[in-house]
Design a binder for this molecule. Structure first.
Ligand code: FE
Ligand code: FE
Ligand code: MG
Length: 165
């Protein structure tokens, strides 16, 4: 723990740790959703979509890392077992039962939109009381917005393919 780090956020530390752990559950579920999605995805533009999903999976894992570092600085305990992921998640998990590109993209767009809301909320709540967590939330939210846009433009390209015939 960072003694001074915890002291600076004072009475808010435990609440912030809880928010960060909920976001951590989301990041792991998002990581797996992207990673398994990249393996099973089928359909037109498959290789472009697969590459994007793999890259996003790596980003979600990096976000998980950033969250854990902050939880530890604040003297908290990060989620220690995957069993907690479904208990704490804000955004849930969309099972890619239908591997068609369009469906996979739509599921992940939904996840990104939820993630943007989550980090926007954390940013709002920490702005005045914990500038370091605020900065972390804004950094991650910036990535999630890029993810949303990447997936939406792939979906748009896919939908424009109908004009080829
Ligand atoms: Fe993320
Ligand atoms: Fe993302
Ligand atoms: Mg991307």
């Amino acid at each position: 723990m960072g003694t001074k780090a915890r002291e600076l956020v004072g009475e808010h530390a435990d609440k912030i740790v809880e928010l960060l752990n909920r976001a951590l559950a989301d990041e792991w579920l998002a990581y797996y959703q992207y990673w398994i999605g990249s393996k099973v995805v089928k359909g037109p533009m498959k290789s472009a979509v697969e590459a994007e999903l793999v890259q996003h999976a790596q980003d979600e894992l990096r976000h998980a890392d950033m969250l854990v570092m902050r939880i530890l600085e604040l003297g908290g305990t990060p989620i220690l077992t995957p069993k907690k992921w479904f208990e704490l998640t804000n955004c849930g998990y969309e099972t890619p039962e239908n591997p068609f590109v369009k469906k996979i993209l739509e599921q992940n767009i939904k996840g990104e939109q939820c993630a943007i809301d989550v980090y926007n909320q954390i940013a709002k709540l920490t702005k005045e009381i914990d500038p370091v967590t605020y900065n972390l939330a804004v950094q991650i939210m910036t990535d999630e917005m890029e993810h949303e846009e990447d997936l939406q433009s792939l979906l748009e390209d896919l939908e424009n393919m109908k004009f080829l015939k």
